[in-house]
Design a protein around this ligand. Structure first.
Ligand SMILES: NC(=O)c1ccc[n+]([C@@H]2O[C@H](COP(=O)([O-])OP(=O)(O)OC[C@H]3O[C@@H](n4cnc5c(N)ncnc54)[C@H](O)[C@@H]3O)[C@@H](O)[C@H]2O)c1
Ligand SMILES: O=c1ccn([C@@H]2O[C@H](COP(=O)(O)OP(=O)(O)O[C@H]3O[C@H](CO)[C@H](O)[C@H](O)[C@H]3O)[C@@H](O)[C@H]2O)c(=O)[nH]1
Length: 331
């Protein structure tokens, strides 16, 4: 059988580029479609880069005609919660209407399988823990709503048009490629682990813990950090799974284990060999105290299990990437 082809929207970004590598390793042909608004051309190493926007229907038609993908992996989106509160219009336009455009052109081209990057932000404030896929979805910011709207479209398109999909609801994506080929390069960076590393390794960017008055074991917020390589392996399994499955299928991706922000700061200090305590600041608006996944469904249906999501591996790979990318940028 000839190799399958996956079209990866957002493949020049953090999670998308790691998934491109995993698909290539698993024998898939990989084509990246990215407008480079927030991604990096040098992260596209496992197949061609088509520079284009998912809002451009004509370009999508040409890409589907040329590459005839078996599956679309849809990562392209804006993903800053704070920005989405300030500028909801760009989130509904890029994330919701962009995804609508993609689905519309997939239908026209007869491409009927899609893997979607969803998020635990679609659940909003947890009603119970751990969070399983049947948990109420009621986001608390426009980013989460812009993604939930896409899940709704996927569910309706599966029922009406036979467009079959998997929505992978990531908890906190973290860590970098263990071989150091790609990593996390957000600008601005808002995520806890890269900021804790920057704070440990440079005097002038101290890391601030947002709130130590939560009802948690040390007062700081708890998150379920999942290594980006474990996310990538789940995408490969999901793409193979959906080839002969029907409907709309959501799955949580997390470890089921929580880590506090102070524990992250300590792990970073230990791995960097630096003893600089973090600063303590007020809570960040809208942050839930605890988010932990119940990923039993991905385990049982996809046969997925995290392999490298212990905090030490997550932080060690992120530190290695930070050091490598700083060397490149300063030299
Ligand atoms: N990073 C996380 O912790 C996390 C958690 C849950 C869900 N997600 C989701 O995973 C996906 C990837 O996140 P990431 O952290 O890798 O983000 P990222 O910003 O690193 O990557 C997104 C990529 O999409 C591209 N893009 C954006 N809009 C586009 C458009 N209109 N057309 C073409 N390309 C476009 C950007 O240039 C970028 O390369 C997103 O859909 C995000 O919502 C991320
Ligand atoms: O400088 C910082 C940055 C973060 N944090 C804390 O660290 C934890 C993790 O914060 P991140 O910003 O790394 O990630 P979030 O938990 O806010 O993640 C949310 O936003 C992401 C989008 O980038 C994903 O969509 C994810 O699913 C969604 O839960 C939070 O308690 C946050 O308050 C700090 O204490 N200091």
């Amino acid at each position: 059988m000839s190799a399958r082809t996956i079209l990866v929207t957002g493949g020049a970004g953090y999670v998308g580029s790691h998934c491109c590598k995993a698909f290539a390793r698993a024998g898939w042909n990989v084509v990246t479609l990215d407008n480079l608004s927030r991604g990096h051309a040098d992260a596209v190493k496992w197949g061609p880069l088509v520079e284009g926007d998912i809002l451009d229907a004509e370009m999508l038609d040409a890409v589907f005609a040329r590459y005839k993908p078996d599956v679309v992996g849809h990562f392209a989106a804006f993903a800053y919660v704070g920005e989405s509160v300030q500028q909801p219009e760009i989130y509904y336009h890029n994330n919701s209407i962009g995804s609508f455009t993609l689905l519309d052109r997939m239908r026209a081209a007869g491409v009927s399988k899609l893997i979607f990057s969803s998020t635990c932000a679609t659940y909003g404030v947890p009603q119970q823990l751990p969070i399983d896929e049947d948990h109420r979805q009621w986001p608390v910011n426009p980013y989460g709503w812009s993604k939930l709207m896409v899940e709704r479209m996927l569910s309706d398109y599966a029922a009406a048009h036979g467009l079959d999909s998997v929505a992978l609801r990531y908890f906190n994506a973290a860590g970098c490629d263990r071989e150091g080929e790609i990593g996390e390069c957000h600008d601005p960076e808002t995520h806890a682990i890269p900021l804790a590393i920057a704070g440990a390794l440079s005097q002038d960017r101290p890391f601030t813990v947002f709130g130590t008055d939560f009802d948690t074991r040390d007062g700081s917020a708890v998150r379920d950090y999942i290594h980006v390589e474990d996310l990538a392996s789940a995408h490969v399994l999901a793409a193979e799974w959906i080839l002969d499955r029907r409907g709309f299928n959501p799955f949580n991706l997390g470890t089921g284990q929580g880590t506090t922000v102070l524990e992250i700061a300590r792990a970073v200090g230990k791995i960097c060999g630096v003893k600089r305590p973090p600063q303590i600041g007020p809570r960040r608006t809208g942050d839930p105290p605890v988010l932990i996944a119940d990923a039993a469904k991905a385990h049982s249906e996809l046969g997925w299990a995290p392999q490298v999501s212990d905090i030490e591996t997550i932080v060690r790979t992120a530190v290695a990437w930070h050091q490598k990318s700083n060397l490149v940028h300063s030299g």
